[in-house]
Design a protein. Structure first.
Lengths: 335, 250
């Protein structure tokens, strides 16, 4: 028995979110197989990116299936799903029959497994944080999944001929296997109907400029308390001094004070900085869902009873309009 | 162009989320209801497209009778028609929800079917894709920009800092994300029109699903109440020391 995991590639390595999905998949205590979709250049013979195969071995993956689809050099969600459904049906070399298909709940992972669910008619459990095989009989799993972007957890039972799960990657730790596996790489050529190749991604060059909010080490946040579009200059200056990025709450973007790409939260960007300095942000659950992975949260707020105080490690009770310029001045004085 | 937008009635939660004693629902005794944020943007996008090139916007929801309130909210933003797939208040899973929506859309003229990327409450990330497969239409998800082309739409989203673009011939299904536009506020004439509008109601059949909720719970709080460093500018020296200790001062 085996679990088939979608591994997304990040250059020549396996994406961190996929390593976390593999870690959760290992909890099912079956052999691990991986499907990946290298671009044409990466797939010469079975010459996959070496670092990726080494990582997969360290995570205990026995079989790696690298798809070779004529005419498909990039991402096509329905085609990836069709290929994985085929593998799940036929079984894999070392592990045999596939009992579960797992992917990280990234944009692509969520989308591919939704297609897989639609193609097979199977239920899909999205954003799981843990899973175990049900004791009673085969075809049953016990799982915990996120709702409200992690502000709420759902204990659920899944009954299906094949478990299809996405993994809330930021709630799962990446853990290599106790011992690396002897990994075999197989190139497979799935039959893909033409209609599954219709919707495919064309990638354009990177959008330059600015530190990425998602990966920033320090995020300085501004909310309703900033007061208006003109109040962000001191926060931006502070972010600059700390080598960080500016993030804002939903009210700020829905008022049009700042662009949506700076929004931290359930419908914006999820951040995981060393420090999140949240200024004038009340701490609605939709906002907190975006910063649960921050190591340290410091709140600056006039209201000592604001919800964010219950989530923060440290707080300054005061007006950000006075505190932040004073902090900027103090940091400048240090040189 | 005929555009259908699917929305979902969800609790309007603020600083705290509370679960009912039986662990089956979010306690909404103290809160109102709204539609998921991505869906507000889907309705706005539909209204803008119809304003640009003519056409009609129909909003569709599956939910209890009270979900008519959310349909009226969307009508006040510029949608012209509304349809309620009425349930008895039970939670519907994504498979049966998609089947009911696909059944309703099959009977409607529909060039473009819009969804929000995921519902705020259940976050299943799949109804739009399932409906697209049921209808045999192309689908793109997570879309933050839609541009009209001769054949249909060019749909774009971000992926790891790159821009991904999809070409979608019509009829097509698109799920959008907040940020694609800035939704308008309802106008007074819009509100009056919405109040008078007729909502078409049908009653699809609930089906059991393989994924079954046992209970909902609030995650255990890992953080304690914040240590207060001080008040106002007097707290700045302590704040500087803290930043130094955390190693974020370069």
């Amino acid at each position: 028995m085996s679990v088939l995991v979608l591994a997304e590639l990040d250059g020549s390595s396996v994406a961190d979110a996929s390593l976390r999905a593999l870690s959760l998949a290992r909890d099912l205590d079956e052999a691990l197989a991986v499907a990946l979709f290298p671009s044409g250049a990466e797939l010469e013979g079975a010459g996959l990116p070496g670092p990726a195969v080494e990582q997969l071995a360290a995570y205990g993956v026995a079989d790696v299936y690298a798809a070779d689809v004529p005419g498909l050099a990039g991402y096509a969600p329905a085609a990836w799903a069709r290929a994985m459904a085929g593998l799940a049906e036929s079984g894999v070399a070392q592990g045999g029959p596939v009992t579960a298909v797992v992917a990280a709940a990234t944009d692509r992972g969520s989308e591919v497994l939704a297609h897989l669910g639609a193609i097979t008619g199977l239920p899909v459990a999205a954003n799981c944080v843990s899973v175990s095989v049900g004791a009673a009989e085969p075809g049953r799993w016990e799982l915990v999944r996120q709702r409200w972007a992690g502000s709420l957890l759902e204990d659920a039972e899944l009954e299906a001929s094949l478990a299809v799960l996405t993994v809330a990657a930021d709630a799962v730790t990446a853990r290599p296997a106790a011992a690396p596996a002897g990994t075999t790489v197989h190139v497979f050529r799935p039959e893909i109907p033409a209609e599954d190749l219709l919707v495919r991604a064309a990638e354009s060059a990177e959008r330059g400029g600015g530190m990425s909010l998602a990966t920033a080490r320090v995020v300085v946040g501004g909310g309703r308390g900033v007061g208006g579009p003109d109040g962000f200059a001191p926060l931006e200056e502070l972010a600059g001094l700390l080598g960080g990025a500016l993030g804002v709450s939903r009210v700020v973007t829905s008022q049009g004070w700042r662009p949506h790409r700076q929004q931290v939260g359930q419908t914006g960007t999820k951040i995981s900085p060393e420090l999140y300095l949240a200024c004038g942000i009340s701490g609605a659950i939709q906002h907190m869902a975006g910063c649960l992975s921050a190591k340290h949260i410091v709140a600056v707020n006039t209201d000592p009873d604001a919800p964010i105080i219950a989530h923060a490690d440290y707080a300054v009770i005061g007006d950000l309009g006075q505190v932040i310029p004073a902090l900027v001045e103090a940091l400048r004085a240090r040189g | 162009m005929e555009i259908v937008v699917c929305v979902k009635r969800v609790p309007m939660v603020g600083g705290r989320i509370v679960v009912t004693a039986d662990g089956q629902d979010v306690d909404t005794r103290m809160s109102g209801f709204t539609v998921s944020p991505h869906e507000e943007c889907a309705v706005e996008e539909a209204v803008q497209i119809a304003e640009r090139e003519g056409g009609r916007v129909t909003v569709l929801t599956l939910g209890p009778p009270e979900a008519a309130d959310q349909l009226r909210d969307m009508l006040s933003l510029g949608a012209q028609q509304a349809m309620l797939l009425e349930t008895d208040g039970r939670e519907w899973g994504p498979v049966s929800t998609a089947a009911a929506i696909a059944g309703a859309v099959r009977e409607l003229p529909c060039d473009l079917l819009l969804f929000g990327n995921e519902a705020a409450d259940t976050g299943g990330y799949q109804v739009g894709v399932r409906v697209a497969h049921a209808l045999g239409r192309p689908v793109a998800t997570g879309i933050k920009k839609l541009t009209r082309t001769d054949a249909g739409f060019q749909a774009s989203r971000e992926y790891r800092g790159m821009q991904e673009t999809y070409e979608l011939p019509l009829p097509a299904v698109v799920s959008v994300k907040e940020g694609i536009n800035l939704p308008r506020y309802p106008s007074l004439p819009g509100r009056l029109r919405a109040k008078r509008a007729t909502i078409e109601v049908s009653h699809p059949q609930w089906q059991p699903e393989g994924l079954r909720k046992r209970r909902l719970r609030v995650p255990e709080e890992t953080r304690k109440r914040a240590e207060v460093l001080g008040s106002g500018v007097d707290a700045v020296p302590a704040l500087v020391n803290l930043l130094d200790e955390l190693g974020v001062l370069s």
